[in-house]
Design a protein around this ligand. Structure first.
Ligand code: PLP
Length: 343
């Protein structure tokens, strides 16, 4: 066992961040380029979003928009809600979260366990529809006095949290040797804030965005045109429009991965590496390993974000019946449409 946590902490928010970096071994067999996973699933709320929960609450308090008796409203696929609920619980704020109906039941139950109210809206509506989860959250925040919209898609506190934590951690953990950073963008906070910090240290660090097939971000990055978003099953990353927290100027390349490839690699990370993660981690690692194989460079250092904990997906990507229902074959076939988009 390595030495860590040598002193007690004052509260749960101090447990966020300084997640470990771990080498991928069996899934990277035959690949000479070292690939590491940043274990964001080890944050206390089980995801990378813990980093922005506290940052957003503190920014709203500092701006005088949130105070005693206040309510935090957010459109969330679950992880941000959990992070906000964790930060809010110690301060006594009410939380209302709006989620698309494709999101797992585990995530809904988890938010309720933290005392949050959850509003479910349809997944298959366009981004400007009043029932789209972002629109509905905005309406709820306007209707309740003393409520603030956490607004992760546009809130500058989101990328700033990664600029101040994820970026410096990776720089220190790799002793400045990181050459490639692979992340997905839901809001864009992770990739934008981390990339900004890393490129300030070394402009040569390559930032690679990874998108689910069906999201618009990779196509927009490459063509400047906005395609129609298609439904995909991987949760937490990709988008059907360009979020304000995403700065594509900092991104060097954008690649796409299918649901089937993502789930297959996510399951392999659990079974072959002992890293129990969700589909988005599989998606990012799949792309990182492909690039690492092409690079074939033992002196490069590739980092992939392992975004969240797999338990949220036991009834989805880890369930053979669910995979069959969604026509997702673990043997290489591409999934059929029938799920949802989200950030
Ligand atoms: C579950 C999950 N949440 C959040 C993110 C990152 O999101 P954001 O771009 O909003 O920082 C990802 C992917 O990187 C993810 O898979």
């Amino acid at each position: 066992m390595s030495e860590r946590h040598r002193r007690p902490y004052d509260n749960v928010t101090e447990l966020v961040g300084w997640t470990p970096l771990v080498r991928l071994n069996r899934v990277a067999q035959g690949i000479r380029t070292p690939v590491y996973g940043k274990c964001e699933f080890m944050n206390p709320g089980g995801s990378v979003k813990d980093r922005i929960g506290q940052a957003i609450v503190e920014a709203a308090e500092a701006e005088g928009r949130l105070g005693p008796g206040g309510t935090i409203v957010e459109a969330t696929s679950g992880n941000t809600g959990l992070a906000l609920a964790m930060a809010a619980s110690s301060r006594g704020y009410r939380c209302i979260f709006v989620m698309p109906d494709k999101m797992s039941h585990e995530k809904r139950k988890l938010l309720k366990a933290f005392g949050a109210e959850v509003v479910i809206v349809p997944s298959d509506v366009g981004p400007d529809h009043p029932d789209h989860y972002t629109q509905r959250a905005r309406t709820i925040a306007e209707e309740i006095s003393g409520a603030v919209l956490a607004d992760q898609f546009y809130n500058p506190a989101n990328p700033q949290a990664h600029y101040e934590s994820t970026g410096p951690e990776l720089w220190e953990q790799t002793e400045g040797r990181i050459t490639h950073f692979f992340a997905g963008a839901g809001t864009g906070g992770t990739i934008t804030g981390t990339a900004r910090y890393l490129k300030e240290q070394n402009p040569e660090v390559q930032i690679v965005g990874v998108d689910p097939v069906g999201s618009v971000l990779a196509t927009y990055f490459h063509t400047g045109e906005m395609p129609e978003g298609q439904v995909y099953q991987v949760e937490g990353l990709g988008n059907d429009k360009i979020p304000g927290a995403l700065d594509l100027e900092l991104v060097d390349d954008y690649v796409t991965v299918t649901d089937a490839e993502a789930f297959r690699m996510g399951r392999r990370l659990t079974r072959e590496e002992g890293l129990f993660v969700g589909g988005s981690s599989g998606l990012i690692v799949h792309a990182a390993l492909e690039r690492a194989r092409e690079l074939d460079d033992p002196d490069a250092l590739v980092v992939a974000v392992l975004c969240d904990w797999g338990e949220h997906y036991l009834s989805k990507m880890y369930d053979e019946t669910w995979l069959a229902e969604h026509k997702i074959s673990l043997n290489g076939e591409i999934s059929a449409p029938g799920g949802e988009r989200d950030g």
